[in-house]
Design a protein around this ligand. Structure first.
Ligand code: FES
Ligand code: FES
Length: 79
């Protein structure tokens, strides 16, 4: 597995909408962070689906090294 690029060393706070589906960028190359824009093609990475069941603030991993992706788990602090 190749290493993902670090989009930023902090999470992206996003106000998600109830019932909406999001695709988190796992490769770090998207220009529409924290979400996939198709730039992963050829990298071996695929986006991770996130289903919002309620409207709330979600902290999506920006460093792409979280072990709880697509959510931030604090791993960015040790990069
Ligand atoms: Fe990164 Fe699609 S652009 S996973
Ligand atoms: Fe990746 Fe926090 S931004 S673990």
């Amino acid at each position: 597995m190749p290493e993902p690029e670090i989009a930023q060393k902090s999470p992206f706070k996003v106000a998600v909408e109830a019932g909406k589906t999001y695709f988190w960028c796992a490769c770090g190359r998207s220009k529409k962070q924290p979400f996939c824009d198709g730039s992963h093609q050829g990298t071996g990475f695929s986006p991770v689906k996130f289903q919002a069941n309620e409207a709330k603030a979600v902290f999506f991993c920006g460093c792409k090294h979280s072990s709880k992706s697509p959510l931030c788990d604090g791993t960015h602090n040790s990069l």
